[in-house]
Design a protein around this ligand. Structure first.
Ligand code: FMN
Length: 158
């Protein structure tokens, strides 16, 4: 039997967040160079934007403790999280002044931090657009390099 909930005009932040969980997404750890140090965070707003030119994007919350550093960044590295890397997802979502403590990384494109742990997909990007949208800013990036593995991506769904 199909169960349909009533339509609601009550689109509060909590309602929207809860109901958008019906839209399955992957999860990515995004890294960059902040103020002289690597920074990174877990996101599920990441998605493909354009094929020609090759653009991807994700949205950063204006309340992020590192918002100014992300706005100043010229690029970012997308690490798509594998199905068995829930710990990596949690690590980069947990508040910390240094999420890179104990994490192996090397300098990649433009010196940006690349996680050594293999992931299904890694994209090194240069920022092409910074587009404010409500309480988030959309960071569009041109894909410069693509690295893949056979690992299966993690899928978040309700
Ligand atoms: C599954 C998941 C998805 C998330 N997606 C986003 C996102 O798309 N954009 C964002 O700014 N924060 C997102 N967050 C929150 C960040 O990972 C982080 O916890 C939060 O921004 C606080 O850290 P910060 O102060 O370094 O930004 C997500 C967290 C989780 C667990």
């Amino acid at each position: 039997m199909t169960c349909v909930t009533p339509t609601t005009p009550d689109v509060t932040p909590a309602v929207l967040r809860e109901q958008m969980a019906r839209w399955p997404t992957g999860v990515a750890v995004i890294t960059t160079i902040g103020s002289g140090r690597p920074i990174g965070k877990t996101v599920n707003s990441f998605h493909a934007t354009s094929l020609e030119p090759p653009l991807v994007g994700w949205c950063i919350d204006h309340r992020s403790s590192q918002f100014a550093e992300w706005m100043a960044a010229d690029g970012y590295v997308v690490h798509v999280v594998a199905h068995d890397q829930a710990a990596l997802m949690s690590h980069f979502a947990t508040p910390s002044t240094d999420r890179f403590r104990g994490v192996d990384w090397v300098a990649g494109l433009d010196g940006m931090p690349v996680l050594v742990e293999p992931v299904p997909l890694r994209l090194e990007c240069r920022v092409s657009h910074r587009l404010p949208a409500g309480d988030h800013t959309y960071l569009v990036g041109e894909v410069i390099t693509i690295t893949t593995s056979d690992a299966v991506p993690l899928c978040l769904k309700r």
